[in-house]
Design a protein around this ligand. Structure first.
Ligand SMILES: C[S@@+](CC[C@H](N)C(=O)[O-])C[C@H]1O[C@@H](n2cnc3c(N)ncnc32)[C@H](O)[C@@H]1O
Length: 285
């Protein structure tokens, strides 16, 4: 039976949650936002609805559901995994621990891809399908081949395509980079956000504790997969095709050198993100 003392208001629950999250590095910059997002999800409310009624009393069942969600966040688990969703390029996407949590930096690559109005695009290392789905939704004439080496990621990506009504324009296939594709010059755009973190650096990063290593580890130096992809790409690209590859801050000069070696004579450039950091390697004819 519920006791009056045991029950909390939404405001009480949020105050206690902010305290619980204060020492969690991944939530420490925004503990209030994290607490609000979690409690709103548990109560089935929007954050605005929650904040409009701080006096709302939680039932025992709601408190019991909030406690484990808060414990996961306090242990550093990404909010997107706890909620099972993340917004990307204005789309609500399913996210599970099988996929990288889509990052706002990757929206830059999608913007560049949409602006090219491609007809047949490749998305290599599709993960949650965020790039493929956002491209298909925003470039209506495109059909996309989305590849990943992880079957678990491909299942999430396929559900995201279905959720946004673009399943008929995205084909998903398991592949080590482009190995499963016939060497036919079929694609006018190649997009990829492959793992690009240096193996040694990754060991020290908190992100490695929760997100799949397969989605993060770019090998020694970080650019091993990108280098392999650049070598494999030419037979699959139509004349005039463009490549858009996400890279990490500070990797611009090395990425440019790889691009010039693999595509001599093409225009290779680095597009920065909103923070001014190296973010997308572009290779255009
Ligand atoms: C950095 S995550 C990006 C996921 C998604 N595209 C995004 O932007 O959020 C990299 C993805 O590449 C996949 N991957 C890793 N190695 C691969 C390989 N050799 N061939 C194809 N995909 C690979 C991982 O499974 C992961 O889903």
């Amino acid at each position: 039976m519920e006791t009056a003392q045991a029950r909390q208001s939404a405001a009480d629950a949020l105050r206690a949650a902010v305290t619980a999250l204060a020492n969690t590095p991944s939530a420490a910059d925004a503990p209030a936002l994290t607490a609000q997002a979690l409690l709103a999800a548990v109560l089935g409310l929007s954050r605005a609805q929650l904040l409009a009624h701080p006096e709302r009393m939680l039932s025992a069942a709601e408190q019991a559901a909030f406690a484990p969600a808060l414990a996961r966040a306090a242990a550093g688990e990404p909010l997107a995994y706890i909620l099972g969703r993340r917004e990307f390029y204005g789309l609500d996407l399913e996210v599970t621990p099988a996929v990288l949590v889509p990052r706002p930096e990757t929206e830059r690559l999608v913007e560049l891809a949409v602006a090219r109005a491609p007809r047949r695009a490749l998305d290599v290392g599709t993960g949650s399908g965020c790039i493929a789905v956002a491209l298909a939704v925003n470039a209506p004439g495109v059909s996309v081949m989305a590849l990943d080496v992880s079957p678990a990621a491909l299942a999430v990506a396929a559900r995201n395509a279905q959720r946004h009504g673009v399943s008929d324009r995205i084909t998903f296939a398991q592949s080590d980079l482009l190995a499963a594709l016939p060497p036919v010059p079929a694609y006018d755009l190649l997009c990829a956000n492959l793992p690009y973190i240096d193996t040694d650096e990754l060991r020290a990063l908190p992100v490695a504790a929760h997100e799949p290593r397969l989605a993060l580890d770019g090998g020694p130096g970080g650019l091993r997969l990108i280098e392999r992809l650049l070598a494999q790409a030419p037979p699959c690209l139509a004349p005039g095709a463009a490549l858009l590859l996400e890279i990490g801050a500070g990797q611009g000069p090395r990425a440019l050198a790889l691009a010039q070696a693999a595509f001599p004579g093409a225009n290779a450039a680095i597009v920065p993100d909103l923070a001014g950091l190296d973010r997308v390697l572009t290779i255009t004819p």
